[in-house]
Design a protein around this ligand. Structure first.
Ligand SMILES: [Zn+2]
Length: 299
């Protein structure tokens, strides 16, 4: 994925700073288990240290993520947050283990984490019990859209896509933009969280992303395997299908019963046969029914 090119072995004109030190950054993926929503947290290893992208949902995964970092025997240079859902920031404290490094998010992501963290804890904490951290670390530095940050020999640029799967999604592009950490802008081979009810905005963001991220050759997604390029188109098809299934079942209603929501789940499980996290569909179906009802009033 970031193999040695001619630049990396020091022949020809150096294309990027990594080549001067003879090492391209290496992306290490920590994938949580099913209880942890199969969420991916990433460690990007440069010559001088490591940058984390997100941190897992559950304490045991947060500790394992820290152990993965320690095994690299390089300093943690910073943490970048993709979006304000707990499966992407909940165990930043465990990753830091007392170290003080920049924890960086787009200002909208930072604001949303601070605004909703208590509500998320109240909603999800009891379900996960001891696996929910007692406290969380919020970002200590914010960036604007298209702002770059340099951490050791690694450079990332934040691209703000606004409300999509969450209230605010940031794609972090590494160095020359061939590698992107897209958070939950796209899932890959799993069902999607729909409960924030922004599927219309999400589809428009995918349209923008296909242009803006045209130079990306590896998409590191929040859930599922990294992908070479079809994830955005696949996510569009999934969202269009979900909206169609929900519209059909809702028939104009802004709220679905449990039975109607599970009918939507069945339709989507048929669409994405064998994919995990199907329960996310039922959990988000009513929010999308409300969104579709609002759209119908607006047009
Ligand atoms: Zn997620």
């Amino acid at each position: 994925m970031l193999g040695l090119g001619i630049d990396q072995i020091g022949v020809g004109k150096a294309r990027n700073r990594f080549s001067l030190r003879g090492m391209a950054p290496i992306v290490h993926t920590y994938r949580s288990g099913e209880t942890g929503l199969f969420v991916n947290s990433y460690l990007v290893e440069g010559a001088k240290g490591v940058v984390a992208i997100d941190a897992p949902l559950l304490l045991s995964d947060g500790r394992a993520f820290r152990a993965r970092l320690e095994a690299l025997r390089k300093p943690l240079l910073g943490v970048l947050v993709t979006h304000p859902h707990p499966d992407h920031y909940n165990t930043i404290s465990e990753l830091l283990a007392g170290e003080e490094v920049p924890v960086i998010a787009h200002s909208d992501v930072d604001r949303e984490i601070r605004a909703k963290d208590e509500a998320k804890r109240a909603q999800w904490g009891p379900m996960f019990g001891d696996e929910w951290p007692a406290s969380v670390t919020f970002p200590n530095r914010t960036v604007a859209d298209e702002e770059s940050v340099a951490l050791g020999d690694l450079r990332f640029t934040a691209w703000d896509f606004g409300p999509c799967e969450s209230e605010s999604e940031t794609v972090w592009l590494l160095d020359d933009g061939a590698v992107a950490f897209v958070g939950d802008l796209a899932f890959n081979g799993t069902h999607a969280y729909l409960a924030d009810g922004h599927t219309g905005a999400w589809l428009r963001a995918i349209d923008r992303a296909e242009d803006a991220l045209a130079g990306v050759h590896t998409f590191y997604v929040g859930h599922g395997a990294p992908d070479g390029g079809d994830v955005l188109a696949d996510q569009r098809r999934y969202l269009l299908m979900a909206r169609e299934a929900i519209a059909r079942v809702a028939d104009g209603r802004a709220e679905l019963s449990e039975g109607q929501a599970s009918r939507v789940t069945t339709l989507m499980e048929r669409y994405l046969a064998g994919a995990p996290l199907g329960w996310l569909v039922g959990a988000g179906a009513s929010a999308v029914a409300a969104e579709l009802a609002r759209e119908a009033v607006a047009t």
